[in-house]
Write a protein that binds this ligand. Structure first.
Ligand code: NAD
Length: 377
């Protein structure tokens, strides 16, 4: 019987400035080895997420100092961020990549991958079906973002989140409003509730009401029709809808100590939910944390990565929040990647079945040929 060589999976150090996550952590390297996949990591790849090289070696992975050699020798390259043009240039022909790819924002990279006859999978495009839940990196990373948004707001608010009854007097709980109650929003609600705040939330999807209430928060009812899209996502709202929403939500925003915004519509600019006029109506010391800052922001005043102050109100536009909690963000992300790679490998061979809706859905470039047209090239 002919033994085929093991599938080689390479994990380079993330090259995007400020990115501290790593695509595969040592425990997952060991798990992949058990399925006949050899993991090689670039020296220092896990360092910023607190996974030292020695931990990878302990789990049977190889540590490679030369990044170019690592990439050139790989069958599959696993990354958090989209590959850079320089990384694509170093790939051997026919390599597969698994990462976030944000295809419409990285057309040059998609073109370079196609030229390399690579096969590229975008984790954002994994369909949201039950079988793919363990590969849903958008959700796992949104969980981290939502948690951190709750903490970032509590840290910046010059007030307690919980109610305190002390000998010196009673302190009322902070009033937190969460706009957008998807994965990140629900986690922000849960975090603010655990800290004792009084939480209200609004989302355009009907299903969100029950989920918000199950976390002990109240749902803000607005006289607006729901905006259901496909795959559990909201559909893009008209400017007329958004104008009415802003009109109706204004008093809620003004009465809140904290507003956390998480509203996104995939592939589109984030809708403006909080205007400058609303910020001006908030009390001094109030805080807005905008998780949509990377996508243009839900608050008119948001600037990505910055804390803007306007008349005593802080507007914090968080960028790449999961990178700020890299150990557990990587812990979850690497499980998503390993589960996805597990689908691509059968009996130790890299043999993706493009009849599988998860593989076909996530594939942006297939051995350099078709699908490129779908992302607008
Ligand atoms: P997202 O990051 O695209 O958007 C965040 C939230 O913002 C969504 O809940 C959306 O409805 C909301 N939103 C958009 N425009 C808004 C507006 N104008 N005002 C208020 N809210 C607005 O979404 P997400 O968190 O990734 O996912 C949304 C939902 O998808 C989840 O809550 C869940 O129900 C579903 N989901 C399903 C699966 C699955 O079936 N495997 C996996 C993950 C999520």
């Amino acid at each position: 019987m002919l033994l085929c060589p093991p599938v080689k999976l390479a994990v380079p150090t993330e090259s995007l400035a400020g990115e501290r996550r790593v695509a595969i952590i040592p425990d997952i390297a060991a798990k992949l080895a058990g399925s006949g996949i050899e993991v090689a990591v670039q020296a220092g790849a896990g360092h910023a997420a607190h996974f030292p090289d020695a931990a990878y070696v302990d789990k049977g992975a190889t540590v490679v100092a030369d990044r170019t050699a690592l990439l050139a020798g790989a069958d599959v390259v696993a990354k958090v961020q989209p590959p850079s043009l320089e990384e694509v240039a170093a790939l051997g022909p026919g390599t597969s990549t698994v990462s976030f790819l944000a295809p419409s924002n990285h057309l040059d990279v998609i073109r370079a991958l196609a030229d390399k006859k690579a096969t590229a999978y975008s984790l954002e495009l994994v369909p949201r079906i039950s079988r793919a839940q363990s590969m849903d990196a958008l959700s796992s990373q949104a969980t981290v973002s939502g948690y951190l948004a709750g903490l970032a707001a509590a840290e910046r608010l010059p007030k307690f989140f919980p109610m305190f009854m002390t000998a010196a007097g009673t302190v009322p709980p902070a009033k937190v409003l969460v706009l957008g109650a998807g994965v990140a929003g629900l986690q922000a609600i849960a975090t603010a509730r655990r800290l004792g705040a009084q939480v209200r939330a609004y989302d355009v999807r009907a299903a969100a009401k029950e989920e918000v209430q199950s976390l002990g928060a109240s749902f803000v009812e607005l006289e607006l029709e729901t905006q259901e899209g496909s795959g559990g996502y909201a559909r893009e709202q008209s400017e007329d809808f958004l104008a009415r929403q802003r009109e109706l939500i204004g008093n809620e925003v003004a009465a809140s100590d904290v507003v956390i915004t998480t509203a996104a519509v995939p592939g589109r600019k984030a809708p403006i939910l909080v205007t400058t006029e609303m910020v001006d109506r908030m009390a001094e010391g109030s805080v807005i944390v905008d998780l949509a800052a990377d996508g243009g922001g839900n608050c008119e005043l948001s600037e990505p990565g910055k804390e803007v102050e306007r008349a005593g109100v802080i507007v914090y536009g968080m960028t790449n929040p999961p990178s700020a909690m890299p150990t557990h963000a990587s812990f979850l992300f690497s499980r998503n990647v390993a589960n996805f790679v597990g689908l691509l490998v059968t009996d130790g061979n890299l043999e993706p079945d493009f009849g599988d809706e998860i593989i076909a859905g996530a594939c942006v470039v297939r051995a350099g040929d078709d699908l490129v047209a779908e992302v607008g090239l």
